[in-house]
Design a protein around this ligand. Structure first.
Ligand SMILES: [Zn+2]
Ligand SMILES: [Zn+2]
Length: 372
């Protein structure tokens, strides 16, 4: 059944964007890739642009191709995509041709200490997937070709069935919700009834509000500078929003929690003083997850962390099968991720779509490329 003979008709070449010099994207014709054992070929139907894509376009990192920066290597970025399975590699029976799937980014090597622990987003063989150094690690859009193209190859471990009735655009947000989910449940151990502050209403921050609320956090408090984003946070489940231009976030959190502080802070702003403020918002023994970071080294009052037994986590992406749990919450309509999708463009219009993200034109939040 699952032989290549059952494959849908697939062209030999495809349109794909590749990274040239920094800031330079070129639309080229590339061979359609072949799925290997435990892999499938995905026809990309929609792909969202992430803040990290902008980082890659500008600085290269965290993309890492053939042991170096990703420029001029025929590399296709894009990691928040969804599509249709059109061809199965050897031994694949977990998915069938025609299945609608969303993806998570990281397929670890499966053989290092971290992968063996389930921490494949922290694979010790990151970027080791090329000739002479092939440990089998893949992170599409970072270390292997991604979704700003008509087709991509994915390991079965990186696929999630798209819930029935969910649009292509919404399905691109499953991986974003998965990152928030991993930061809250597996990494930080958030349980129902615990209090949560999310600092910074970018896509991960807004998803952290939505997922935190769906997991039973109480109260959920969101801080930020723009009322339009904070209002969206309210629609996604925040109990309180704090505009830090008008009110000290630390004082506001203390007021809302009757002086106690919260159990957990999810830091999504990258502001230079965010960690210091987070340490003033959590209670003793509380936890802080850093999902963003400032561009420069910053002073941190470490004594406060030590004296108050505060736990600190860094998060890179959507580990521990969190995308599956996030998709389950979205299938149950526990929050409306569609509210975050603001703009749609065609594949040819990728540079314009990037411009909308970078300049936040028309309050762009999640900008999606739709293939047809
Ligand atoms: Zn992303
Ligand atoms: Zn590994």
């Amino acid at each position: 059944m699952n032989s290549p003979a059952t494959a849908l008709s697939i062209p030999k070449t495809m349109k794909a964007w590749v990274l040239g010099d920094p800031e330079q994207l070129r639309l080229v014709e590339k061979p359609v890739p072949e799925p290997g054992p435990a892999e499938v070929l995905v026809r990309v139907d929609a792909v969202a642009i992430c803040g990290t894509d902008v980082e890659i376009l500008t600085k290269g990192l965290p993309a890492w191709i053939q042991g170096g920066l990703p420029f001029n290597k025929n590399f296709t970025p894009g990691h928040e995509y969804m599509g249709t399975v059109v061809k199965l590699g050897a031994g694949v029976d977990e998915y069938a041709i025609g299945d609608r799937i969303a993806v998570e980014v990281h397929a670890g090597c499966g053989r290092c200490e971290r992968c063996r622990m389930g921490m494949y987003t922290a694979c010790l063989n990151y970027g080791l997937n090329y000739e002479g150094h092939d440990k089998g690690h893949r992170a599409n859009g970072f270390t292997t070709d991604g979704g700003f193209a008509q087709y991509a190859v994915n390991h079965v471990n990186t696929l999630i069935h798209v819930p029935d009735g969910m649009s292509d655009e919404e399905a691109t947000l499953i991986v974003t919700a998965g990152t928030a989910m991993y930061g809250l449940d597996a990494l930080g151990g958030l349980i129902a009834g615990e209090s949560l502050v999310v600092t910074g209403p970018g896509p991960i921050g807004l998803m952290s509000v939505a997922v935190g609320k769906a997991l039973g956090a109480q109260p959920v408090i969101l801080t930020g500078t723009r009322d339009v984003r904070l209002n969206l946070g309210l629609k996604l489940g925040a109990d309180h929003v704090i505009n830090i231009g008008r009110e000290s976030p630390v004082e506001a959190v203390k007021r809302i929690t009757s002086g106690k502080g919260v159990h957990y802070v999810m830091e999504c702003s990258g502001a230079p003083n965010a960690l210091n403020e987070a340490m003033d918002m959590v209670n003793r023994g509380g936890r802080i997850c850093l999902a963003a970071f400032p561009g420069e080294p910053v002073p941190v009052e470490l004594a406060k962390l030590v004296r108050n037994n505060i736990y600190l986590y860094g998060i890179r992406g959507e580990g521990n099968s969190a995308t599956h749990r996030a998709a389950a919450l979205m299938a149950q309509k526990r929050f409306d991720a569609k509210l975050m999708h603001t703009h749609t463009f065609a594949l040819d219009e990728l540079p314009t779509a990037f411009k909308y993200v970078r300049e936040r034109i028309e309050d762009a939040i999640k900008v999606v490329i739709k293939m047809r």
